[in-house]
Write a protein that binds this ligand. Structure first.
Ligand code: AMP
Ligand code: MG
Length: 490
């Protein structure tokens, strides 16, 4: 019995789904961090994972017993243009892990060397993007956003050449699967309907097994993915998260967030905010995310068309109907989420203006997204001691709105204390602020100092528990600290 209990299904699909490929060893692997809790949940001994033997596995210098490393193939629309062949160009699926409670997870190495899908790239990752993904994806998990996770990160002892020469690293990523909208698009574009059907069956078996007994499981699959994406993007909007690269190859059919390249959380609220250096037209701006998600789902619907119904006209009608359900799913998730953030039991039609006016004021005064809601939670009950008042106060112009909100709150039946504790759970004090992520990356890259990274990951494990001693992690950036642009870092 090896250190990781692999049980690989995707690697049993026919050869057109992937290429078998071993990770390329690196010069001098070194541990950065092990996610002990996740390791235990996967049945992996965290002490082993942190040891030289575990580090060698994450670095790709040893292939663990039971692994069957593959690079999977997919396609995708990137910034609206179709690319017929992408694939794991700097990542490998080591295998799948079946946990004691019957859940199945992919274990992937990112930055493990070139594959047949590298398209001239080096298959490697600089340290910065590995740390960014570790911090962001784990923070998202703690903020109750479905996401891929970080199991461990290691340095390679090698340099990677980008605009600068940077230290290299590998991230071990865990996902409930890495199957993308782009995986479906790949087979449809090839006219390979047999593989398309096999893929759909695989996804249904893996993620949506209840659909097997239904009349049209493919339609059910599309409907489920539509709903999951709507709920996912609603969570992003409710936290001020901007993904930055919502291409169809970066959309998982499991409904988890993937690809933490140029993503960022907003500090000051701005609906038009974009961080990604390559998003020139603002296609993936904050306010565009729900619409883009629906656009991506239409790509999935198109890809499923050949197997949705034997008659084209029927298939088109079913696809359209499934896509048209997106706005309702989104609005429902969004409305529940906003009610929680404002401490209301539910939003009624009459509350629309209250909510709209808040967004308007936040925009006009460029209020800090996170602290606006956290401060509202402080104000929900005046008994609270550990508040963010020192960091944030509403401008005078907000007073009439605050009065309206207070008056509306008292119409609900729950007590102020109850309202406040719910608001504290809905409104984090800590998010991975850009300037803190940047500071952690710079210290690690330039001085091999991982203390900022570790401290940030630690604080973000409990994003809703504010304490004055942690003030620096909740403070918005000073002008000179503001990060205006993020990079994919490929
Ligand atoms: P992304 O922008 O991260 O979604 O990546 C888009 C595509 O480019 C994927 O197929 C990646 O595998 C590939 N890719 C990105 N960076 C590299 C790299 N350094 N080496 C090889 N392939 C890469
Ligand atoms: Mg990607």
């Amino acid at each position: 019995m090896g250190h990781i209990s692999f049980n690989n299904n995707y690697a049993r699909l026919p050869k057109q789904f992937y290429t078998r490929q071993k990770p390329i060893p690196v010069r001098a692997p070194g541990p950065i961090r092990v996610n002990r809790e996740l390791s235990l949940a996967l049945g992996i001994d965290p002490d082993w994972l942190a040891s030289a033997a575990g580090t060698a596995v994450i670095a790709g210098n040893a292939v663990p017993e039971g692994a069957d490393p593959i690079a999977t193939v997919y396609a995708g629309h990137q910034f609206g243009g179709y690319n017929p062949q992408l694939g794991d160009g700097r990542a490998l699926l080591l295998g799948e892990i079946l946990t004691a409670d019957g859940r199945r997870y992919d274990l992937q190495l990112k930055g493990s060397g070139p594959t047949p899908y590298s398209r001239g790239g080096d298959g490697r990752s600089p340290l910065g993007p590995v740390l960014r993904e570790y911090i962001l994806s784990e923070a998202m998990f703690r903020l109750a956003v479905p996401t891929t996770r970080a199991l461990a990160a290691v340095t390679t002892g090698e340099r990677v050449i980008r605009e600068d020469i940077l230290p290299g690293a590998v991230l071990a990523r865990v996902a409930s699967s890495h199957i993308r909208i782009g995986t479906f698009q790949y087979f449809t574009a090839q006219g390979d309907h047999d593989s398309l059907r096999l893929l759909a069956d695989h996804v249904i078996e893996r993620h949506y097994p209840d659909l097997r007994e239904t009349e049209n499981p493919i339609l059910g699959l599309l409907e489920c993915v539509v709903k999951k994406q709507a709920q996912l993007v609603a969570r992003w909007q409710l936290l001020g998260f901007i993904h930055g690269v919502m291409n169809t190859d970066n959309v998982l059919v499991s409904g988890e967030t993937i690809d933490y390249g140029p993503c960022a959380f907003m500090d000051a609220f701005n609906p038009a905010q974009v961080f990604s250096s390559i998003d020139h037209g603002g296609r993936y701006a904050y306010r565009n995310q729900p619409g883009i998600a629906q656009w991506n789902l239409a790509c999935l619907a198109n890809a499923l068309m050949p197997i949705l119904h034997s008659q084209q006209e029927q298939a088109t009608a079913l696809a359209q109907q499934a896509i048209d359900a997106f706005p309702d799913h989104f609005l429902e998730a969004n409305s529940c989420g906003i009610a929680d953030k404002l401490g209301l039991q539910a939003l009624s039609k009459a509350d629309v203006a209250l909510v709209e006016d808040l967004w308007q004021l936040m925009t006009e005064y460029a209020l800090d997204f996170t602290l606006t809601f956290r401060r509202l939670a402080d104000l929900a009950d005046n008994t609270s001691s550990d508040t963010v008042a020192e960091l944030f106060e509403f401008p005078q112009a907000m007073q009439p709105w605050l009065e309206r909100w207070r008056a509306r709150s008292t119409q609900d039946t729950h007590s102020a204390a109850d309202r406040q504790s719910k608001m504290y759970s809905a409104n984090p004090a800590f998010i991975p602020r850009n300037h803190l992520v940047e500071k952690a990356i710079v210290a690690a890259t330039e001085e091999s100092d991982f203390s900022h990274f570790d401290a940030l990951v630690d604080v973000l494990e409990r994003p809703h528990q504010y304490h004055a001693s942690l003030q620096q992690f909740a403070t918005p950036p000073r002008d000179e600290e503001v990060v205006r642009q993020t990079f994919c870092g490929t």
